[in-house]
Design a protein around this ligand. Structure first.
Ligand code: ZN
Length: 112
């Protein structure tokens, strides 16, 4: 008389275990895949944000470098800081040179 009871118990137990596994699988499918997809999307967005902020930082860094006050020489005439300029006229047209920041008041130049 004990054997059928044990069978029923094991059947019920396995039925429960099976249903739990099925519920878990459904949960993983329903919740896990969208979460994974969201994670992928979020990571891509983060990478984009990091890249754009890095680019912005590089632009901010490189922008003052062209007129860097540390490397810029002083004007031989008025001793003001000089600025890199592009020669548009004359024999040196197209080449860069140091021009006085007080231009056009001061026309001091230096070769780079
Ligand atoms: Zn000058």
């Amino acid at each position: 008389m004990a054997a059928p009871q044990i069978d029923q118990f094991t059947q019920a137990l396995f039925g429960k275990v099976e249903s739990v596994i099925i519920v878990c699988a459904i949960l993983i499918l329903v919740v896990g895949i969208p979460l994974y997809w969201l994670r992928l999307k979020a990571e891509r967005g983060l990478i984009r944000v990091i890249r754009s902020s890095r680019n912005r930082r590089q632009i901010q860094k490189s922008a003052p470098d062209t007129n860097s006050f540390e490397t810029a020489p002083h004007c031989p005439i008025c001793n003001a800081l000089m600025v890199k300029r592009l020669a548009r006229r004359g024999s040196r047209s197209g080449s860069t040179f140091w021009g006085c920041s007080n231009y056009p008041k001061c026309r001091g130049t230096r070769a780079i």
